[in-house]
Design a protein around this ligand. Structure first.
Ligand code: A3P
Length: 324
């Protein structure tokens, strides 16, 4: 494509001339909402997200103590962020929990995204001077070069693919203030299944983190949204052990695990003023909280749609040991 013919959203000020040139050489198309996305290193990004990925790849300086929370969008990122913040913060004395950072900021305001928030040093120092808590929706291979000499820890949360798609349908409609129509769902499903969707293909996203978690379980933890819902105590303890902040017997006895789970519950977080009325990067905090139910996709997908997803999952995840 001739750079002079680039679509409107490439004219974004935050996209450098070099990136515009790169974009003009990449496969690109429009998504279900009419936004331009392009494929870079196998993954589909909006143009401004690609600029963030490139900034990360060129400039991010990892520290061995960094914790990176990773996910495919709409898989439980907000919950994982809240739980991890609460786990790390418990060493400080928020004994009554009434001055806890989660009460005054949305989890995405506390834990920045590596590729879309400006991860300046002041931003990164906000949470803790000694331990940086970061997040990403990038696939693992996009971080490989940058993190290859780092022993930082990565926690990945994975969610049932159908529930993820439905969650995304509602989120996209809420963000763009449009009705969640069947035709939009069908168009998203099409792109979801052929991989040409924001941060897709989803199977490569899942498999990258899944395989690494098996090869290097000390540095990559693979968590599942459904397990977190079904056995929250076990899963938060698993997370705490992995991060090197296990609960003491005394903490367990005085109910710290319950307190954290309650603080981070969808019911509690979504009822906080900051999450009812606050905004971040032009997105309403309330849109990150909907139902949080396992199997909600059953209410919206037809048997044919489910079959289509099942077939693609079976084909792409075959032999990996990862099952839905
Ligand atoms: P639903 O749309 O199915 O309700 P992400 O945080 O990755 O954007 O994912 C959003 C999904 O996680 C939404 O799912 C949302 O309701 C759910 N969610 C948000 N906060 C949660 C929490 N504290 N506990 C459980 N689920 C939560």
């Amino acid at each position: 494509m001739d750079p002079k013919e680039l679509p409107a959203n490439i004219k974004d000020d935050k996209i450098s001339e070099e990136t515009k040139k790169l974009i003009s050489s990449l496969p690109s198309h429009t998504d279900s909402q009419g936004k331009n996305i392009c494929q870079y290193q196998g993954c589909w990004y909006y143009y401004n997200t690609l600029q963030g990925v490139l900034n990360f790849q060129r400039g991010f300086q990892p520290q061995d103590t960094d914790i990176i929370l990773a996910s495919y969008p709409k898989s439980g990122t907000t919950w994982l962020k809240a739980l991890t913040v609460a786990l790390l913060e418990r060493s400080k004395s928020h004994s009554s929990y009434d001055d806890h950072p989660l009460l005054y900021d949305n989890p995405h305001g506390i834990v920045p995204f590596l590729e879309t928030d400006q991860c300046s040093s002041s931003n990164l120092a906000k949470f803790s001077a000694s331990r940086r808590l970061l997040s990403t929706h990038m696939p693992l291979h996009a971080m490989h070069e940058t993190l290859k000499h780092s022993s930082c820890k990565i926690v990945y949360v994975c969610r049932d693919v159908k529930d993820t798609l439905i969650s995304w349908w509602f989120f996209g409609c809420a963000v763009h203030k449009i009705e969640p129509t069947r035709s939009l769902l069908e168009s998203m499903l099409e792109r979801f299944c052929n991989g040409t969707i924001f941060y897709g293909p989803f199977w490569e996203h899942l498999l990258g983190y899944w395989r690494r978690s098996l090869e290097d379980p000390k540095h990559v933890l693979f968590m599942r949204y459904e397990e977190m819902k079904a056995e929250p105590h076990e899963q938060i303890k698993r997370l705490a052990d992995f991060l090197g902040f296990p609960f003491t017997k005394q903490e367990e006895d005085i109910g710290v695990v319950d307190k954290i789970l309650d603080l981070c519950s969808l019911r509690n977080l979504s009822s906080l003023e900051v999450n009812k009325t606050g905004k971040r990067n032009n997105l309403n905090n309330k849109d990150y909280f909907r139902k949080g139910e396992v199997g909600d996709s059953k209410n919206y997908l037809t048997p044919e749609m489910e079959k289509k997803i099942d077939m693609i999952i079976q084909e792409k995840l075959q032999g990996s040991g990862l099952k839905f």
